[in-house]
Design a protein around this ligand. Structure first.
Ligand SMILES: Cc1cc2nc3c(=O)[nH]c(=O)nc-3n(C[C@H](O)[C@H](O)[C@H](O)COP(=O)(O)OP(=O)(O)OC[C@H]3O[C@@H](n4cnc5c(N)ncnc54)[C@H](O)[C@@H]3O)c2cc1C
Length: 563
């Protein structure tokens, strides 16, 4: 069996940034990724990455905006750490060769983003994630890091004491299963947007690492907080960056009215995402939308600016909605986008499960609390990728390899054999996925009602039952994507349960979690994190709560959040 000091699952920005730190520390690090590193969802990030690099701006102000944006449930020590480290993190990427957009004189350009009191979002046109990802990949190729490409991790292996000793991976190219032993395992598997039918995420964003960690005994935190992005394209849900509003685009309803003044009189379209999504949804519910959408108007920016700063947005709107943003407003609607919740970690990326670490969207550090500010996620990946990579390296140097129980490989083999052996009749995984994800949109979307949440929770048992009856059309060993999607559907159901139960149990409105029966924030009783645990004997998710980590600064004390 192959062994590595540190096994990193995921080759997005968080995983690659961590790997680079492992290489620098001189440990043997390997990455396992189910897709080619450059196809990771980080590549789709458009608008930019936040850092207080302008002398007029300050790290404290970035931290304050983030605490407020998180609706006072982010861990303040982690937020301060991220905002402190941000400028150096950006300059490091710059020195490695990231081609950021520049202003005259050569300084890195910055644009306005939602919920920020300064224009602090660094960008490369509307392809920021892509250029960051390519920069890190070049560094890893140069360092010769071992990458297990197109291999999907399907189980975390733990020893008798419950500490993580490695993983079981499935080689998508051949269908072979293999064990990998590690002194530490770092989950950098990204988000779970596919839990929802309408979302901005890649098909690969199925939350695998969160679900595997949950089943192995690690708690997930704050899963009820799901970010709905205000501008997904009406039909496909594909994202139109907040950078489009940062550049001066605004929102209008079907009557042509610019409506944000009613909901966020000061920041208008650049209020935080939860506020803008609720405003749009209200316009749509009250009949001022068109075919379930409202419109993003860029026409007044002019062709030159659109083509220079937002070329991808124009092309996507043309290709997918048949609308040329230079001449017509783009139909958009709130769409599931980002997972604020994830594997609970401390600010160095360690989970409570010995040997398991997490970074990036898969983790809940928690810097985003109840609502993430645009541009803070790319930052989270490179800051905490680096910090966690360094912490893992220091930790594994002190560890020896733990017992790897081979029966874990056999258990996964038996699961896959069972899926493949089922007769070709009955329920297809895609049909069950469609039903579940549709129910999540309906019952657990921008606004949540008690009846809707109860109905969603009541459906979970049916999804689990039907999951035992799904069948495959493809029985081959090589590139069996049918099989992969079926396995991923199992993860999505676990995560949907965490989201629904967390939302049902939180009787308040905070950040992205908006309950029609409890429209206010309840700091006395609910300024705390939700933890989800897997209870094997119940075959269900159970909840507990833990306090928010505060640093005692008066300016961070909860206030009414207006924009
Ligand atoms: C369309 C879009 C635009 C965005 N724009 C911005 C933006 O402008 N600014 C911003 O701050 N944020 C933005 N975000 C959010 C941000 O891009 C992501 O949160 C971030 O890039 C996630 O990075 P990551 O490294 O955690 O995971 P990802 O980049 O999602 O990578 C996940 C990795 O895990 C691997 N993986 C997953 N499961 C398994 C498994 N079972 N076995 C092996 N490998 C596995 C995948 O192969 C992949 O390599 C955007 C998100 C989207 C969807």
């Amino acid at each position: 069996m192959q062994s590595h000091d540190l096994i990193i699952i995921g080759a997005g920005l968080a995983g690659m940034r961590a790997a680079l730190e492992g290489v620098k520390a001189g440990i043997d690090v390997a990455i396992v990724t189910k897709i080619h590193p450059l196809r990771s969802h980080s590549c789709a990030a458009q608008g930019g990455i936040n850092a207080a690099i302008d002398p007029q701006d300050s790290r404290d102000s970035h931290a304050y905006d983030t605490v407020k944006g998180a609706d006072y449930i982010g861990d303040e020590d982690a937020i301060e750490l991220m905002c402190q480290e941000a400028p150096e993190a950006i300059l490091e990427m710059d020195r490695m060769g990231t081609p950021f957009s520049r202003i005259e004189g050569g300084l890195i350009a910055q644009r306005a983003f939602g919920g920020a009191s300064f224009n602090r979002t660094c960008y490369a046109a509307d392809r920021t994630g892509q250029v960051l990802l390519h920069t890190l990949w070049e560094q890893l190729v140069k360092a010769g890091v071992k990458v297990y490409q197109e291999c999907s991790v399907m189980r975390l292996v733990t020893d008798r004491a419950g500490a993580v000793s490695g993983v079981v991976a499935y080689d998508i190219k051949t269908g072979a299963l293999f064990g990998l032993r590690g002194k530490g395992v770092l989950m950098a598997t990204g988000g779970y947007g596919r839990v929802f039918l309408s979302n901005t995420n890649a098909t690969t964003n199925t939350g695998d690492g969160m679900a595997l960690a949950l089943r192995a005994g690690a708690p997930l935190a704050d899963m009820e907080f799901v970010q709905f992005h205000p501008t997904g394209l009406r039909t496909s849900g594909i994202l139109v960056t907040e950078g489009a509003r940062g550049e001066g685009g605004y929102l209008i309803n079907a009557l042509g009215e610019r409506f944000m003044g009613k909901y966020a009189p000061n920041k208008l379209e650049l209020a935080s995402r939860d506020v803008v999504s609720r405003a749009e949804q209200t316009e749509i519910i009250e009949g001022r939308g068109k075919n379930g959408a409202i419109f993003l108007d860029l026409r007044h920016l002019g062709a030159e600016k659109i083509l220079e700063r937002l070329p991808q947005i124009r092309q996507l709107s043309l290709d997918l909605e048949g609308v040329d943003a230079i001449h017509a407003p783009i139909p958009v609607r709130p769409t599931a986008h980002y997972s604020m919740g994830g594997i609970r970690t401390d600010k160095l990326g360690a989970s409570p499960l010995p040997g398991l670490y997490a970074a990036g969207e898969a983790a809940c550090v928690s810097v985003h609390g109840a609502n993430r500010l645009g541009g803070n996620s790319l930052l989270d990946t490179i800051v905490f990728g680096k910090i966690t990579g360094a912490h893992c390296a220091a930790s594994v140097k002190k560890e020896t390899f733990r017992d790897f129980d081979n029966s874990a490989v056999e258990a996964v083999r038996a699961n896959l054999a069972d899926l493949k052996a089922r007769p070709n009749k009955g329920l297809r995984p895609s049909a069950l996925h469609h039903r579940m994800a549709g129910a999540m949109n309906l019952h657990c979307g921008v606004f949540r009602t008690p009846e809707g949440l109860d109905a969603g929770v009541a459906e979970i048992a049916g999804w689990r039952d039907d999951y035992t009856r799904i069948h495959l059309d493809d029985h081959a060993d090589d590139f069996n994507i049918d099989l992969l999607r079926a396995v991923e559907l199992g993860y999505l159901i676990d995560l949907a349960e965490c989201i629904l139960r967390g939302a049902q149990a939180r009787p308040e409105s905070r950040g992205a979690h908006s309950r029609t029966d409890h429209p206010n924030r309840d700091d006395d009783n609910w300024r705390k994190h939700t933890l989800s645990h897997w209870d094997g004997s119940l075959g269900a998710v159970t909840l507990s709560h833990e306090p928010v980590r505060t640093v005692g600064k008066a300016e961070y004390a909860p206030k009414v959040r207006t924009y």
